[in-house]
Design a protein around this ligand. Sequence first.
Ligand SMILES: [Zn+2]
Length: 296
Amino acid sequence: MEAVRKASWHENVDFIEPREATPDEVELVHDPKYVDAIRRLCEAGGEFLPTMECSVGPESYPAALRAAGAGLTLADAILRPPPTPPCNSRGGKRWSIGFAPTRPPGHHAVHDRPMGFCMFNNIAILARYLLTRHNLTRIGILDFDVHHGNGTEAAFWRDPRVLFCSLHRDNFYPYNRGRRADRGEGDGEGFTLNVPLPAGSGDDDYLKAIDRYAIPAFEDFDPQMVLVSAGFDTHWNDPLGGMRVTGAGYASIAERVLKIASGSAEGRIITLLEGGYSLSGLAEGVTSYLGRLLEG
Ligand SMILES: [Zn+2]
């Protein structure tokens, strides 16, 4: 947030407070018993969860609800009905780009258990919310976190309304997921696109993979809204990721995201933060990516 406030474009940005997601909204993706178990566990003082690589405490449950609610807040802001009369813009400011610096992140969390540092799958909840509450029918999700977005993939494995594309480090956490051959099943076959990349991949490798695989798939699909799971653990100085993406690389990724959103999405893009474990890398990544998105 410090880096965002120092960025040249920050005065053109509106900061809005996220609301908490309701348990019903979280249950668009998660088992009600799991949601309640997480609440009780946190309220009881928390502990280290067996399938989660970190501990939780009393504040973790409201923090997770707010992280899930941040995307919903942005969705409502971007998709609210146009002001009337349409030509009078007073009080009718329109947004098309939203970013939520969510913590905890979400893309590993599955239906009935936490994983990684994730409790609730923020981006999957947002996609289901767009499908059910805003009646969209085609959502595109690009996940460029260094880790495979297994929870998001699982949520939409059989769902042709969501095209999920993940670029991630090959043979890395959460191991044996995100193989090229994993393409969805049933009606959802062909709507999951996994692009594993070798350790040490940098800007050119990412941009080539996006141009070769992601852009044609998203162009065919023509999403009405583009969601991005943005993990900056691909930054060259991240202590966990082992990749070599630079600030310039994230800006170029943002250009591709704008291109993906240039059809039916009419430029509507919501980006949620996933990983990123070097504070300086995270700051450079977020400001480079967001700065280019806002330039349009
Ligand atoms: Zn990650």
